[in-house]
Design a protein around this ligand. Structure first.
Ligand SMILES: *Cc1c(COP(=O)(O)O)cnc(C)c1O
Length: 293
């Protein structure tokens, strides 16, 4: 069923005044709601949930989590009920942002918990309690990253992608997507991740999933942290969209693209490098100030 959604993915080569080539793989076009990498991350999880007889799914996320919106929509589409455990009790009485509104419209029940409680989300005690409270729910971890998600993300790269490019770039949140790309990459390729978060903990997270070494993650373009922006970033987004007609969003893909353009300007890549950029979607969460109109 998921495979029916994944229509043919298009490639768009940017016209740049640079000694390298940049091609964007438009996973954002897969589907308006289950866009980009989330489609690949969810695919085998929903398959497993169905095979195990579940009719409900539960997952976690922050208020800007594209994973929450995508899971809600996928659940709706495939006939599952869904619950989203959302970080931040204070959000309970506030108007929902576009991402959470999208999730609720898809029928997801949103449960807000305190940041302190949320921090326990990986502790076995918390998870046991949760499974007791929701015995009929298939639990998908925060950001959707587990071994089934990584298995799905390996399918982002085709044999042609392995052959035609030297560098593969993606935005990084929990590290599931980049791990799939690393696992699927060819030995001659480098996978370069642009972190949406501050800190280098992601390196050790990814090292838990892969033993390959042909990758790097930088947080130099995270703009101070997750979901933080700057006027410079929003301005870059507008210019990029106007020039290349590719929409970005400010949490992940704008930071990646901004970082990549900066590295190209610094001659970071050898001349002739063929760079493939994975556009991971997430466009329902676009910042209103970044609209072109
Ligand atoms: C979730 C998301 C990511 C990060 O994926 P991870 O597997 O969590 O690293 C990147 N880009 C977009 C648009 C996303 O929604």
């Amino acid at each position: 069923m998921f495979d029916r959604i994944a229509q043919s993915v298009t490639y768009q080569k940017l016209s740049l005044d640079a000694p390298v080539t940049v091609t964007v793989k438009r996973l954002d076009q897969i589907h308006p709601q289950i866009s980009g990498n989330k489609f690949f991350k969810l695919k085998y999880n929903f398959q497993q949930a169905r095979q195990q007889g579940f009719k409900k799914v539960l997952t976690f996320g922050g208020a800007y989590s594209n994973h929450i919106a995508a899971t809600a929509y996928a659940a709706h589409l495939f006939g599952f009920a869904s619950v989203g455990i959302i970080r931040g009790e204070e959000l309970k009485d506030k108007a929902l942002n576009p991402t959470l509104a999208t999730a609720q419209q898809s029928g997801m029940q949103l449960h807000f918990i305190s940041r302190q409680q949320y921090r326990e989300k990986t502790s076995s005690e918390f998870l046991e309690q949760l499974q007791q409270s929701y015995p009929e729910h298939y639990i998908i971890p925060e950001g959707g990253t587990n071994s089934l998600a990584i298995q799905g993300c390996k399918e982002i790269l085709t044999a042609e992608d392995r052959h035609n490019y030297d560098v593969i770039c993606c935005a990084v949140g929990t590290g599931g997507t980049i791990t799939g790309l690393i696992e699927a990459s060819a030995a001659h390729q480098t996978v370069l991740g642009f972190s949406a978060l501050k800190g280098d903990f992601l390196k050790s997270d990814v090292e838990q999933w892969t033993t390959k070494k042909n990758w790097k993650i930088t947080d130099a373009y995270c703009c101070g942290g997750y979901a933080k922006t700057s006027s410079e970033l929003l301005q870059f987004m507008q210019c990029f969209e106007a020039e290349h007609h590719i929409p970005l969003e400010q949490v992940y893909t704008a930071k990646m693209t901004y970082g990549l353009m900066d590295l190209i300007a610094q001659n970071h890549f050898p001349a002739g490098s063929r760079i493939l950029v994975i556009h991971t979607g997430g466009l329902q969460g676009r910042h209103p100030d970044a609209d072109l109109s």
